[in-house]
Design a protein around this ligand. Structure first.
Ligand code: 8YV
Length: 313
């Protein structure tokens, strides 16, 4: 590329990513600069944008960038960016599919085990020296229990394969048929919840799936049920979740994502039978490197060859 294209990096990203980007682009850091000045001076020249998937890029900002052609998302979810506006404007959008499947699925299993075996509670118990006074109260078994998966995409499949190794029968709800015919498909999320012990969420976020995990679903999962969310906070009605947990109508929950990140409601933080993670499912050195490479290569490929490697729009 003779003249480096100008790009806008929306959210803070690791310095090595910036260094690599600067080899190919003139990089503007939206999170670091005064937005008004930056847009006044550069909006007309900015042709590319890079953002974290969970954060996206606001429609208002897209509208202020008349030369924008390509948005590269760091992550697989594209729910935080208005794809309709991008389509209308002819802006191509990419994500980082597949490179994070294994780590996100691993986190799902970690949360299932942590909640059912009370791993974090037991750790708190041991650290506090309570073992010197009493034995730790028992937990519950995971192997052999029924695993329900909402959203049988690539991550759903990776969760299912792992759960199957724990001798867990696999049930699911998904618009698409699973690649394994031994896994049992259900007609609704409520029906699925009624049939399983664990409900693991791996569906996309966005308007279509907003609060699909409501009070009815949670009550169908029942007092021996465990909810695990490695998808998006928006898919769960948090107030309903807090209510059923407080009322003893659900055994526990393992949550990596929340409705209003990074804010986690106090009632959730006060519950012992809930394991809370700060959205770290894909956050391993190996996976984040692969995500970073793909996020950057999508932009480089677009400006070199006119095509992103993993476009969504
Ligand atoms: C990332 C994600 O944590 O892939 C996604 O959709 O939400 C996560 O993998 C996030 O995009 C990085 O901040």
């Amino acid at each position: 590329m003779k003249n480096k294209p100008e790009i806008l990096v929306i959210t803070e990203i690791p310095q090595p990513m910036i260094t690599t980007l600067e080899q190919h682009f003139v990089v503007h850091k939206y999170w670091q600069q005064d937005a008004q000045t930056l847009l006044r001076d550069h909006a007309h020249a900015i042709r590319g944008a890079l953002t974290r998937a969970a954060k996206g890029i606001s429609t208002a900002l897209i509208e202020q960038l008349p030369a924008l052609e390509a948005i590269s998302g760091f992550g697989v979810g594209v729910d935080a960016t208005d794809l309709e506006t991008c389509r209308r404007r002819g802006i191509t959008v990419s994500n980082t599919p597949n490179v994070l499947n294994e780590c996100v699925a691993d986190t799902g299993l970690a949360l299932m085990l942590a909640v059912t075996r009370k791993i974090c509670e037991a750790d708190r118990f041991a650290r506090a020296g309570q073992w010197e006074h009493a034995a730790f109260p028992g937990a519950w078994k995971m192997s052999g229990k029924r695993c329900g998966i909402v959203g049988m995409g690539n991550i759903g499949h990776d969760v299912a394969r792992r759960a199957a190794a724990f001798n867990m029968p696999i049930h699911y709800f998904s618009p698409r048929e699973a690649r394994n015919s031994l896994w049992q498909r259900h007609q609704s999320i409520v029906e699925l919840a009624r049939a399983v012990d664990f409900l693991v969420l791996t569906l996309p976020g966005g308007a279509k799936t907003h609060h699909v995990i409501n009070r009815e679903v949670l009550e169908a999962l029942g007092p021996a049920g465990i909810l695990v969310n490695i998808a998006r906070g928006s898919v769960v009605d948090t107030d309903a979740l807090i209510a059923v947990l407080q009322e003893g109508k659900l055994r526990g929950a393992g949550l990596d994502v929340f409705e209003n990140e990074p804010h986690i409601p106090l009632p959730l933080r006060e519950l012992q039978n809930v394991v809370l993670l700060p959205h770290i499912a894909s956050n391993t050195a190996e996976t984040r490197q692969a995500m970073a490479d793909l996020t950057i290569n999508n932009l480089v490929s677009y400006f070199q060859d006119g095509k992103m490697l993993t476009p969504v729009v």
